[in-house]
Design a protein around this ligand. Sequence first.
Ligand code: AMP
Ligand code: GLY
Length: 430
Amino acid sequence: MKVLVIGSGGREHALSWKIAKSPIVEKVYVAPGNGGTELEDNISNINIDVGDIEALSNFASDEEIDLTIVGPEDPLVSGITDIFIEKGLKCFGPSKEAAQLEGSKEFMKQFLKKNKIPTAEYQSFKDAKQAIKYVEEKGCPIVIKADGLAAGKGVTIAYTLEDAKEAILQSLESEIFGEAGKNIVIEEFLEGEEASFIVITDGTTAIPFASSQDHKARDDGDKGPNTGGMGAYSPAPIVDDSIHSRIMEEVIQPTLKGLNDLGYHYCGFLYAGMMINEQKELKVLEFNCRFGDPETQPIMMRLKSDLADLCYKACEKKLAGESLEWDQRKSLGVVMAAKGYPHKYEKNNEIRNIPEENEEFKVFHAGTKLKDGSLTTNGGRVLCVTALGDSVQSAQAKVYSEIENILWDDGFFRRDIGYRAIDREQNESS
Ligand code: AMP
Ligand code: GLY
């Protein structure tokens, strides 16, 4: 079959790399893809932007694409799946209505409340005065979130009233997030450890992927500004068997039931960002209607099952009875980003000497492109250097030793990805 993957990040490189390994896949196209997908043998980049749904669906029709897999949230929230399905094309991704789980924080919070799924207490506001009064009553720390998609920048964790007021005014009065921030959700600050819990679903059956954990902060020790993610590893030790079953029962199953009650079509990946505290209470921090980035990269390294077959079956509502097979090793990916990220950074810097892929190692690309045969930077997050190991520590050691070989003056990376899991491994062995 012919598969089209939409997107250009590390997630889409990992998904298309995995899809291309399937014996039932003859050809993979990625729109628009990146330097890494261009360098893969049986993957071709197609120069169509993720926002150009018309051109994407025309391409899928003309090329007789059997399955389209949508990577990022923006086209899903804009309704790409509905448009493809109307044209008789198979598209793996939730409908526009169902994608509101990620596209609107207020929709998500109301949905969680209605379906009795545990989450932080909240209220939503359009009026800055009322919002400020609410934070004065509640006190800090408190979390302020733009309702709509804000390219990962819409969440402020305010430790002082001053910061909270500024975040409220910037969103509701200065409108720094435009339409996306004209409504805000203010919620209780949750303590605990985060985990990413991702499933593949056809709307009725959900099959969980291995758990993972990402590091959102830019600097070592989880300090510094929030980013799209500076590294991730799988599995997340906090998600033991009991927590795993509870997330399925308390979060995933009620979510599918709630979507069905609304009559919303959900076929795709569903990502629950979870907070787990010391008392083992679970709360949903966020839903994403797609796979995580960079969680995809370490998870795809561990996945043994045929992802293309599963995505196709999900579109046909035939996931019942399927299961996923895992490499029992751990995996870990470290993001190399351009200096300045997540703020202003340069593009067009050359990168050389990327180590070859092998059975336990792969460099996934994100913001790269090929220019006159040379690999150059084209984004903030540029590479995700990923390895398997018998422990998180050995996977991490492999990644950091290979990173030394990469020649790129303008890059930086965190040196402690996976530290919580490695601390646990060390405590268990002592
Ligand atoms: P979100 O886009 O809602 O996941 O928020 C981005 C990040 O902000 C999360 O991954 C958490 O690290 C943090 N965060 C969001 N909501 C809360 C909360 N209620 N309490 C503590 N941290 C939060
Ligand atoms: N790594 C977090 C996300 O994909 O949203």
